[in-house]
Design a protein around this ligand. Structure first.
Ligand code: G3H
Length: 195
């Protein structure tokens, strides 16, 4: 079976402040995670010379991949976090207070709700199509370092979860989800490297 390793970026400064979107650097915790991740990947993929590391174009994923050596790294715009449009940089509290109708619409239908001048989960799922095609075409392992909304969609695709569950799935920080695609089906392992 061929492993696909999915992980969110290490905790970012915006994660600490509770702000969505943005393009900040890693927090102290995130800095520790990137080192642990590199050790894990180098060990797990020791004999996998053709493996590759895919990130988004946002610096929190590129920085998380930084210490991993020995594998090519590829940046995909399609792996960028859901675009929160006018809400980029806001906290959920601020959205609730300043845009109560939007807050309610999103709560009612998180899959279809599209941020003004931004994206919905359905938009994200659609733009991931080329990434999924390329992931399926790969023969070697791939490490995907991306963001919560995007990883929910990728994970759901490979584990065959219904669309409506996607926006609500757990993809915790600092945890690697390994998906093994074999002829008999898909197997999953989780490695929590830190809190
Ligand atoms: O910043 C965006 C989050 O990673 C996605 O979270 O879709 O649950 O609000 P949410």
């Amino acid at each position: 079976p061929r492993p696909i390793l999915l992980t969110r970026h290490g905790e970012s400064q915006d994660n600490v402040r509770g702000r969505i979107g943005g393009d900040t650097e890693l927090s102290e915790h995130g800095e520790i995670y990137k080192q642990k991740l590199a050790k894990f990947v180098e060990k797990r993929l020791e004999s996998e010379r053709a493996a590759s590391i895919w990130t988004s174009t946002l610096q929190r994923t590129i920085l998380t991949a930084g210490p991993i050596v020995g594998f090519p790294k590829i940046q995909w715009r399609a792996l960028d976090e859901i675009n929160a449009g006018v809400c980029d940089g806001m906290t959920y509290e601020q959205i609730k207070k300043n845009m109560p109708d939007d807050y309610e619409s999103r709560k009612k239908d998180k899959l279809r709700y599209r941020y003004p001048r931004g994206e919905s989960y359905l938009d994200v799922i659609q733009r991931l199509e080329p990434v999924i095609i390329e992931l399926e075409r790969q023969r070697a392992p791939v490490v995907v370092i991306s963001h919560q909304a995007v990883l929910r969609a990728l994970y759901a695709y490979f584990t065959d979860r219904p669309l409506k569950e996607i926006p609500h799935m757990e993809v915790p920080l600092h945890t690697i989800i390994e998906i093994d695609l074999g002829v008999t089906g898909v197997q999953e392992k989780r490695y929590k490297l830190m809190d």
